[in-house]
Design a protein. Structure first.
Lengths: 237, 645
């Protein structure tokens, strides 16, 4: 046994050798490329959690939608409710609607999360208020699989105001942008329905980005960094 | 396992909420709502959802053979075709939520002929060709739709029309209809002391099989039927002058008007009777015969026509109007088209007019001058609905002005009387006084010819309006030959007068079909109306009627009926066969929608109106109405092109 193996934190008990092998086979996340946006596969993700506490609350369900070849592909969708037997009913059940029964019937978190990673592959992730999803997913992966989340996240809540500087909305939420672009939603606060509408929003934003000569993941990510810096500066004045 | 396979494998393992949502979305629209669930699920699973910003081209002729089937999920796609004659593009169609494209190109494995452009920010579901073909082979509904396109939608509408009409009749096959709705006419009644002979005469006049004997409170104390009459005749000792009370069946069986046809049918079979009285609050309110119960299955047009033709008095004709309305309802239930129904209404109206004239002649005496009774406008075109007013005139022969004046004096009182009688029969008096009783419309043949020549020579606004009414003329009663001669003269003048044609074209373009570029319908609000509406007659039918009239007159076609004119124009290659068929279908659909509305209004005891709120239609009807109005628009633009307006 090498020293490194010994120093590495031990894997959670739920991870069996077969899963370990699958984890090892996962592709490395690709850095932002210079190819057109249309050629990039994206995964739009939305998590329903037991609450907004970054350290205490748990991921309850995951919805993910793939954007490939510039379109939402209905044959590539991901949806899991996680098995959370200990989850007490708290007020956020009113938002996500996942009652104890649904959670008790859910998939084992380790399996579901591994399948999610396989679904994501090397694609960058898109989410609305991405830092929250990034943190919650990161913690869940660490807890259940002992896996470190390395994928880059693009925040739709940042891309939208960056590409639409004339639209003045303070602290605009997903519903505000849905309303702004006149999107039709059947159901909100359901992980995959939210992922779906976020993906539709992303399609509109990519179309805008192309017209603003931001037609590659790298250009988009660079512009986002500049935009964030400028915003921070304007705030400090 | 390849990367892509792994992705789809991972994605497929659960019940997918978004697929469910999209499925439910599609299930709101034909043909998807008729498709089997598993086929629809296959369609959605194979779909991609793509965004097209406003103005973006989705497919264009230069793209080569079409590779995808598209369904608009949200937004609007417009078809743009290069103008043949001038620069720029014209919008040929609009496709909105739940509609799909480009079927013809996809099935023909060719490029689209029309560029499809996003008219606003649009999301389309996109199905690749392989999946389309698979779906095509799996689903009969989808195949039927793909092959027959909009005409299969029209079939569905017709089925719906039939279905709805059947529903309002309580369905001809179900016996759940309340009896009150089946008793179609007032019962024939008499008092117990009426002599038998008198009562039988009453039955004969009213063409009924039973007479109900009532007490002073209108409670039925007996019934006398044709079967009882048979017994009376068989009984040699019976006295025809005896009071009917001696021969009636006392204490007849009765039911409440809200009892069902089934109850009546049961009673009839149990008691071996053929008539059931309807009694509401101890007052007789109707009689249902065995025949009434089953006549729902027969449309007895011949009988009604005969009854009208032999009506002994004006009152009888007045009472028969209600039966025409009933007949129309039954015809709709039996799946008759609006064209068949307008034909039948015209036929029955013609019979009524003839009978009114005959009765008037009998009552007022022969004026001693032979005349033809003319009708104009919708009556002249044979396109009447139940909601109709009089447009008529008289034509007679005269050698000179003096004789014409003398004949006119002799005919006018009779004509005015006929107008009044027709008004009683439900043909409302014409507000513009286009009636035979008006001295200006009771003319000799040469006076009519002069008047028509004036219309063509001097195209003033009044004359143009006049030509649009009077040039659709027909003889209902009297000599038809004289009218034909008049028509031929008029056709020759119109054919030679290009300026008049151009003015008529200009006039025909005045009523624009209410479809816009941006919104699907252009509606107006009338007075205090809550909902904005469009006028099915003026904005929907008139463009077809005016267009067909102009083209027919300009090409020497004598027919007056709009559909007949269109058919003859196609036969003479004035208009393209496909266009002709499309115009016919569109005209037909608008007329059908209008008639259904009239039936609905008549049932609700509302005044007839041609104004329709498109939102009151279902998705399918709305869509077809919009397409139909677009056809009217196309007819108008072809006129504009032809006459360079």
């Amino acid at each position: 046994m090498s020293l490194f193996t010994w120093l590495r934190p031990s894997l959670p008990a739920a991870v069996d050798p077969a899963m370990r092998q699958r984890l090892a086979q996962l592709p490395k996340p690709a850095p932002p490329g210079v190819h057109p946006l249309r050629e990039q596969r994206w995964v739009v993700i939305d998590l329903e959690t037991s609450g907004l506490n970054l350290n205490r609350d748990q991921v309850l369900s995951i919805g993910a939608v793939a954007i490939e070849d510039g379109a939402i592909d209905f044959s590539q969708q991901f949806e899991r409710t996680l098995h959370r037997p200990a989850q007490k009913t708290n007020p956020s059940v009113l938002i996500h609607g996942l009652g104890p029964d649904a959670l008790a019937a859910g998939s084992a978190p380790a399996t579901a999360l591994l399948e999610l990673l396989e679904f994501i592959g090397d694609s960058p992730l898109l989410a609305f208020h991405a830092p929250f999803d990034q943190h919650m997913l990161g913690r869940a992966l660490k807890d259940s699989l002992g896996h470190r989340l390395q994928h880059s996240f693009y925040d739709v809540a940042e891309i939208a105001p960056m590409l639409n500087p004339d639209t003045v909305m303070r602290e605009a939420g997903l519903d505000d942008w849905i309303g702004h672009f006149g999107l039709q939603v059947d159901e909100r606060h359901h992980a995959s329905a939210d992922a779906q509408v976020t993906a539709e929003l992303a399609l509109i934003l990519f179309s805008q980005a192309r017209r603003q000569q931001l037609d590659s993941p790298l250009q988009l990510s660079t512009r986002l960094q500049q935009w964030r810096r400028r915003k921070a500066q304007s705030h400090s004045w | 396992m390849s990367k892509k396979d792994a992705y789809s494998q991972a994605g497929r393992t659960a019940v997918l909420q978004n697929i469910q949502g999209t499925l439910q979305f599609l299930q709101r629209f034909p043909p998807f709502k008729q498709m089997e669930h598993s086929h629809l699920a296959f369609l959605v699973e194979q779909c991609q959802l793509r965004f097209h910003a406003s103005g973006e081209s989705i497919i264009k002729p230069a793209d080569g053979p079409v590779e995808h089937f598209y369904i608009v999920k949200q937004g609007r796609v417009v078809g743009e075709r290069q103008h043949v004659s001038q620069a720029g593009v014209e919008t040929t169609f609009e496709i909105t939520s739940g509609e799909c494209f480009p079927l013809a190109a996809l099935l023909g494995e060719r490029a689209t002929r029309t560029e499809h452009v996003a008219g606003e920010d649009t999301f389309c579901l996109q199905l690749n060709k392989a999946a389309f073909i698979r779906l095509f082979s799996m689903s009969d509904v989808f195949r039927d739709f793909a092959l027959r396109g909009v005409s299969s939608l029209l079939d569905q509408v017709n089925q719906q029309v039939r279905h709805r009409a059947v529903e309002t009749l309580g369905s001809q096959y179900s016996l759940n209809t309340p009896l009150g709705e089946l008793a179609m006419r007032h019962p024939v009644v008499c008092t117990p002391d009426m002599p038998l002979r008198e009562a039988v005469r009453l039955m004969h006049e009213q063409q009924v099989g039973s007479i109900v004997i009532i007490d002073p409170q209108r409670f039925p104390i007996g019934i006398f039927t044709l079967r009882d009459l048979r017994q009376v005749v068989a009984d040699a000792s019976a006295e025809l002058s005896a009071p009917i009370a001696l021969h009636m069946t006392a204490a007849p069986f009765y039911l409440a008007p809200d009892a069902t046809a089934f109850d009546a049918a049961m009673a009839m079979t149990e008691r071996h009777i053929a008539h059931v009285c309807l009694v509401h609050e101890r007052r007789l309110c109707g009689v249902v015969s065995e025949r009434d119960l089953f006549s729902l299955q027969r449309v007895d047009l011949v009988h009604l026509a005969r009854t009208i033709r032999h009506a002994p008095r004006l009152d009888t004709l007045v009472s028969l109007r209600g039966e025409i309305s009933q007949l129309v309802e039954r015809m709709l239930a039996h799946g008759a088209s609006s064209t068949q129904i307008t034909q039948i209404i015209t036929l029955l109206n013609d019979h009524t007019v003839c009978r009114v004239i005959e009765l008037a002649l009998a009552e007022r005496g022969d004026p001693g001058v032979a005349f033809s009774w003319l009708c104009f406008g919708s009556e002249g075109r044979g396109e009447q609905t139940l909601f109709t007013d009089q447009d008529n005139g008289i034509l007679f022969e005269a050698d000179d002005t003096a004789q014409a004046d003398a004949h006119r004096r002799a005919l006018l009182p009779l004509a005015q009387y006929i107008n009044q009688c027709l008004a009683q029969c439900g043909f409302s008096l014409c507000q513009g006084n286009i009636m035979a009783g008006n001295p200006d419309l009771c003319l000799s043949r040469s006076e009519w010819a002069r008047r028509f020549a004036g219309f063509v020579r001097e195209a003033s606004p009044e004359n143009l309006l006049g030509s649009s009414i009077y040039f659709d003329l027909r003889a209902v009663w009297g000599d038809e030959q004289a009218v034909e001669q008049l028509r031929q003269g008029m056709l020759a003048q119109v054919r030679d007068n290009r300026i008049f044609q151009r003015m008529m074209a200009d006039n025909a373009l005045r009523q624009r079909p209410p479809v816009g570029r941006l919104r699907d319908f252009v509606l107006t609000r009338q007075g205090t109306d809550k909902a904005a509406t469009l006028d099915l007659k003026v904005q929907g039918l008139t463009p077809f009627v005016d267009g067909a009239r102009l083209l027919a007159l300009a090409n020497g076609i004598g027919a007056c009926n709009t559909l007949e004119r269109l058919r003859q124009l196609v036969a003479r290659e004035v208009i393209d066969a496909l266009d002709g068929a499309a115009f016919e279908e569109a005209y037909h659909f608008i007329q059908q929608t209008r008639m259904q509305q009239h039936q609905r209004q008549s049932r609700a005891n509302q005044a007839y109106s041609n104004r329709l709120d498109p939102d009151s239609l279902n998705q399918l009807d709305r869509r077809i109405l919009r397409e139909s109005l677009r056809q009217a628009q196309r007819l108008q633009s072809s006129l504009a092109l032809r006459y360079q307006l």
